[in-house]
Design a protein around this ligand. Structure first.
Ligand SMILES: Cc1cc2nc3c(=O)[nH]c(=O)nc-3n(C[C@H](O)[C@H](O)[C@H](O)COP(=O)(O)OP(=O)(O)OC[C@H]3O[C@@H](n4cnc5c(N)ncnc54)[C@H](O)[C@@H]3O)c2cc1C
Length: 449
């Protein structure tokens, strides 16, 4: 087993070595100079040009994966099946992550997917990070939640907004052994996130934080917390500021841990801040820019949730599809009844559509496009599809679908969170509606009534 594990790791690190040098299936012609210098330069070029004009961007099929991306997919799938799958049921029952599993996640470089190699990260693109999250979610959506929050919310927020000193201090930690949490929601501010009540009062060389946060993913295991608090309530949301807080800071407490319907092993806790002194050097981005930081990070985060939900739907189909072709009733395989065939054909269409929105949004993000609408669409559709597919899969399995041993009921429970966190379904629809009004010139700014 040890030998197998090292083979898998080697395969995985090999695939990293390759995937580090590519961005998307459309911009890595075979035989081209694949070195990091070229890549950095290329990445800047793509981003800058895409922002100013779409001419430089070479469109291609979003569901066509390059050879390197397929290698990455296969490696993550094998590792997940070997190391995560055997732990899923007991982690779900206990409602906690296996401590050894986090070591595995860090060891494979999955907790620092997009962090550049110079900070000890895996140096992958956002699309590749989504591939990793999707593959993990096929086996366990809870573990995928932990990996997703670390990468798409915490690491990416630091990558974009931290100054060079903060990057040098925190990014290697996040790649090596430190779990991160993104702390925005409070008891009275969920969908209305920027009505938050957590206060930060400026005093000499530090801020003092008072308040609490609710529903914070990864917080039981986390060592680093990105916390949003308002330091100028009279300015409304323009007073919201982001802070980096370490777990051992006096006055900071991890309070109640939630017992949940789904993604049970991913920890969700309440946090309390009682006179927490945060040095000014721990302010993330400019004071008062917390609103912008949270919105931008959540746009990427939503694509990560789409990856989690798409993986979940695939995971359920991976269990049920072989069963439909083993189980016989009335002398025939269940999968041969036309009534069932039409249903699973529809499920595969929906899954393909969800995956297309996911990778379209991810590749657009990598190419430097605005992804607000695409992220909302991908998250919304994937959550709907995941719930329908997980539910249908239970129906197709009959009694077997209802018992824990078969493994399908957990996928069904795990889908519900896709409709809630990082913006509920209604919030995604609201974003999409506003973007459409803008696109058609009917938003309040352009449509003078
Ligand atoms: C397991 C879990 C993990 C989480 N992890 C994190 C985390 O790591 N960090 C973090 O900051 N937060 C986290 N959250 C919080 C999550 O983002 C919020 O729960 C979510 O944004 C919804 O807020 P709420 O629960 O207060 O619901 P509410 O805002 O109270 O919404 C209740 C219902 O009202 C609807 N609604 C509200 N306003 C409108 C409107 N204007 N129009 C139409 N419908 C509306 C909603 O769609 C929803 O159906 C997590 C939550 C859970 C359950």
């Amino acid at each position: 087993m040890e030998k197998f594990s090292s083979v898998l790791k080697t395969t995985f690190h090999l695939s990293y070595a390759v995937t580090r040098f590519l961005r998307s299936p459309f911009d890595t012609p075979k035989g081209s100079l694949r070195n990091s210098l070229w890549l950095d330069c290329h990445r800047k070029l793509v981003t800058t040009k895409a922002e100013s004009s779409n001419n430089s961007w070479q469109p291609g099929p979003c569901l066509s994966f390059s050879e390197d991306e397929r290698l990455l997919k296969d490696a993550v799938r094998k590792i997940s099946q070997t190391f995560i799958a055997p732990k899923v049921r007991s982690m779900d029952e206990k409602g906690e992550m296996d401590a050894e599993l986090f070591k595995e996640l860090f060891g494979n470089g999955w907790m620092g997917l997009e962090i550049p190699v110079e900070y000890d990260g895996s140096g992958l693109s956002f699309t590749q990070a989504c591939i990793v999250i999707e593959e993990i979610a096929q086996v366990d959506p809870s573990t995928a939640a932990a990996v997703d929050v670390q990468n798409t919310l915490v690491n990416n927020t630091l990558l974009k907004w931290a100054n060079s000193k903060q990057k040098e201090k925190y990014l290697p930690m996040l790649c090596k052994d430190t779990v991160g949490s993104f702390c925005l929601s409070e008891a009275s501010s969920g969908s209305d996130a920027f009505a938050l009540k957590c206060r930060a009062t400026e005093k000499d060389d530090h801020f003092v934080l008072e308040g609490s946060k609710l529903w914070i993913t990864n917080s039981m295991e986390a060592g680093l917390f990105v916390v949003f608090a308002n330091c100028a309530p009279e300015k409304g949301y323009k007073g919201i500021t982001a802070f980096i807080i370490q777990r051992d800071t006096p006055g900071f407490y991890i309070a109640k841990k939630e017992d949940k319907l789904g993604i049970r092993s991913s920890s969700t806790c309440e946090l309390q801040f009682q006179g927490v002194k945060v040095p000014k050097e721990n302010v993330l981005g400019p004071v008062g820019s917390g609103y912008k930081i949270a919105i931008e990070s959540l746009n990427e985060g939503r694509i990560g949730i789409a990856a989690q939900m798409t993986g979940l739907a695939q995971g359920a189909l991976n269990i049920i599809f072989p069963y439909l072709h083993e189980r016989k009733q009335f002398g025939k395989r269940i999968g041969d009844f036309q009534g069932v065939q039409f249903q699973y054909a529809e499920a595969f269409i929906e899954l393909e559509a969800a995956r297309a929105l996911l990778y379209n949004a991810a590749r657009m993000k990598d190419a430097g496009f605005d992804i607000k609408k695409e992220a909302a669409m991908a998250k919304y559709l994937s959550a709907q599809v995941a719930e329908r597919i997980a539910s249908r899969s239970i129906d197709w399995a009959g009694g077997m679908g209802f018992v824990k041993e078969f493994g399908l009921e957990k996928y069904y429970r795990d889908t519900k969170i896709g409709h809630i966190y990082e913006g509920t379904d209604n919030m995604q629809l609201q974003t999409i509606a506003k973007e459409m009004q803008k696109a058609y010139g009917f938003d309040r700014k352009s449509h003078h009534m």
